[in-house]
Design a protein around this ligand. Structure first.
Ligand SMILES: NC(=O)c1ccc[n+]([C@@H]2O[C@H](COP(=O)([O-])OP(=O)(O)OC[C@H]3O[C@@H](n4cnc5c(N)ncnc54)[C@H](OP(=O)(O)O)[C@@H]3O)[C@@H](O)[C@H]2O)c1
Length: 477
């Protein structure tokens, strides 16, 4: 079976890819906007078509000779996501039809259309409708509500609130019912959808037991061995709640708002097709799913996170923009007899729980200020404490390039009046650390000048600390 997986760099796509690669009867092709965001092992062993769903020629190349295609494309980080997602789905189904694809499998959101339906869910429903609109291509539309897994948006929100707030005052929507599901079960449904015998369009709602958000938070507290008190307050508006989530969780204001709007309506399953078509899958209970997710985080086994999609960063020509950067801060140090590998390990360990070498409090303050103005802040941390991959988030940075024993390039996603990059490079037996800034207008220039004294201490210390850390690990090895 020739299978195409779109959204292969996304939260669900990365996990589904692992499972599909284990299937001997599946000949997998991946569709990705930037193949560097996939591991080098995948790049060398799996067929990849680079492309965008807005480019029909690239879609033709991706869908040629395909039997079944997974549609996991989603652009929530873009403010026009509703329109974009509709065009993207239409392009996809048109070209799938042209290429003779037999089946499209789509994972969308759970819920129904009514006056309370959030923009986010509406967009997911519209995408499903577009994908179901072609007579020649069957659409298997799996619909899931809150997905519980390490790194999923909903789980990270629930976990962060539960961990950080012993007493929670919550909006009245915490009493809304939902039917969550473990990410591992979602992946099982998606994989098994390849083998369904039915040839007509199907909508399959999936979920474990029905719970209110309050019950989910209390069960999460139980899984984390914490005692928590929840006091619902009727007057908390969507904006106040979103701001609250923005401050206390890694999720930025825009994503928090899109999700909170969805809490007003019940998201419970509307059909029993999951049992009918997948009798062998028994979804695990919520508590069990939370324990599994927590275990993955503790053991550094997180495969994907909500913040790891590109959010449009590949649309920029970073090489050109860096070359045009007006301001930069460059530091160099001889690496002497330290190995490249020790230096590389030291600078790629930056951020997250490992900290920023020194002056971590200054980074914390910058992260807090960013959160206050609705930015991503520092709380996204790192997916893995030891390795980095292209496209993933690292505190308020995105990893743009990582080349073993050579280079790490980060792009700033915090709110800043311009564009900023931070680069570590090993060249001619030297470690070169460069911060680049392209300011937007006068404010951008003032911002850079105001930070010069802070940069002086932070960047000098940073390069010295990298050398120091590399020296320590070289002595230990
Ligand atoms: N995650 C959840 O909690 C959850 C819950 C219920 C339902 N779902 C559904 O599951 C599906 C997948 O969600 P997800 O969480 O995995 O999404 P995600 O993490 O945001 O990933 C989206 C994927 O789409 C790709 N993409 C976006 N625009 C594209 C374009 N124009 N052309 C090609 N690729 C494009 C992204 O690539 P880049 O890396 O290049 O940006 C990324 O691989 C969605 O339909 C969502 O509604 C998810």
């Amino acid at each position: 079976m020739k299978v195409l997986l779109t959204g292969s760099t996304g939260y669900i796509g990365r996990r589904l890819k692992e499972k599909l690669l284990e299937k001997p009867d599946v000949d997998l092709r991946l569709f990705a906007r930037n193949k560097k965001a996939l591991s080098s092992k995948i790049q060398n062993h799996v067929e990849i078509v680079e492309g965008d769903t807005f480019n029909k020629n690239q879609l033709k190349e991706a869908l040629k000779d395909i039997d079944v295609a997974y549609y996991l494309v989603h652009s929530l980080s873009n403010k026009d996501y509703k329109e974009l997602d509709k065009v993207s789905a239409q392009n996809f189904i048109d070209i799938a039809n042209e290429c003779g694809v037999k089946r499209v499998i789509y994972l969308g959101g759970l819920g129904v259309k009514n006056q309370n339906t959030s923009e986010h869910l509406l967009s997911r429903l519209e995408t499903g409708e577009v994908l179901s609109s072609n007579r020649n291509v069957q659409n298997i539309w799996i619909r899931a509500g809150v997905i519980i897994g390490s790194g999923s948006t909903s789980f990270e929100i629930i976990r962060n609130l539960t961990e950080k707030l012993p007493i929670m005052t919550t909006p009245k929507w915490v009493d809304t019912k939902a039917q969550p599901i473990a990410v591992h079960d979602v992946i099982s449904y998606l994989v098994q959808s390849l083998y369904i015998k039915e040839t007509k369009n199907l909508t399959i709602d999936i979920g474990c037991e029905q719970l209110t958000y309050k019950q989910m938070m209390l069960q999460t507290a139980q899984a984390l061995d914490l005692k928590r008190i929840i006091i619902p307050l009727p007057f908390l508006s969507i904006n106040i709640s979103s701001y609250w989530l923005n401050l206390f969780t890694p999720v930025p204001f825009t994503v928090a708002k899109a999700l909170i709007e969805g809490l007003k309506s019940e998201v419970v399953i509307q059909n029993d097709n999951a049992k009918k078509y997948f009798p062998e899958i028994e979804p695990i209970p919520f508590l069990h799913a939370v324990k599994k997710a927590v275990q993955e985080i503790k053991t550094n086994q997180v495969i994907s996170r909500w913040s790891d999609t590109s959010g449009g960063i590949w649309e920029k020509n970073h090489t050109k923009e860096i070359a045009d950067a007006i301001f930069f801060d460059r530091k160099e140090k001889d690496i002497n007899n330290l190995s490249k590998s020790n230096i590389y390990q030291a600078f790629t360990s930056i951020g997250g729980d490992n900290g920023w070498f020194t002056y971590d409090f200054l980074w914390e303050i910058r992260g807090f200020m960013d959160k206050m103005i609705g930015g991503v802040g520092l709380k996204r941390g790192r997916r893995d404490q030891n390795t980095l991959r292209v496209g993933e988030s690292l505190d308020f940075w995105k990893v743009l390039d990582v080349q073993e024993d050579e280079r790490l390039l980060l792009y700033a996603q915090m709110k800043v009046p311009g564009n900023a990059w931070l680069e570590f490079k090993i060249e001619d037996n030297k470690l070169i650390q460069s911060a680049y800034f392209y300011p937007k207008g006068l404010l951008g220039r003032l911002y850079w000048y105001a930070l010069i004294p802070i940069h002086y201490f932070v960047f000098n210390n940073m390069i010295n600390s990298i050398i120091k850390k590399a020296t320590i690990s070289s002595r230990q090895s």
